[in-house]
Design a protein around this ligand. Structure first.
Ligand code: DGP
Length: 114
């Protein structure tokens, strides 16, 4: 998608602090961190949100969680615990229309979220 900021990050057209990359997904630190560790995992292909996943694209969710698991171990927060969340649509608080999973760690995360 031409004007999608996360597509541009996935294509390395604009800079980001990349933590992990494979053929399907990219993980990079969030611009506006809400925890000591806060990064996003995105599919490289443009998918608007969970609503837009289909039989062809569902496997990318598996790739996302594989990246989460790898980084949780690499960055040493797997045992302490963490949160993975994807915001969907207006009520979900989604501000970027490219599917992304927030990974938050490094502090005790409260529940419920706001
Ligand atoms: P959401 O509200 O779930 O759509 O979260 C979007 C997140 O994306 C938000 O936490 C800030 C982050 N973000 C937006 N633009 C950029 C960017 O250009 N670079 C990086 N690293 N993060 C961004």
């Amino acid at each position: 998608m031409g004007d999608c900021i996360f597509c541009k990050i996935a294509n390395h057209e604009i800079p980001a602090e990349v933590l992990y990359e494979d053929d399907q997904v990219l993980a990079f630190r969030d611009l506006n961190p809400q925890a000591p560790v806060h990064f996003l995992v995105i599919p490289k292909i443009h998918i608007e949100s969970v609503n837009a996943l289909d039989d062809e694209t569902f496997p990318v969710v598996q790739a996302v969680f594989k990246a989460v698991q790898i980084l949780a171990k690499e960055l040493n927060f797997a045992d302490a615990g963490y949160r993975v969340v994807t915001n969907c649509g207006v009520d979900g608080g989604q501000t970027v229309g490219h599917l992304h999973y927030h990974v938050l760690a490094g502090r005790n995360l409260t529940w419920p979220p706001g």
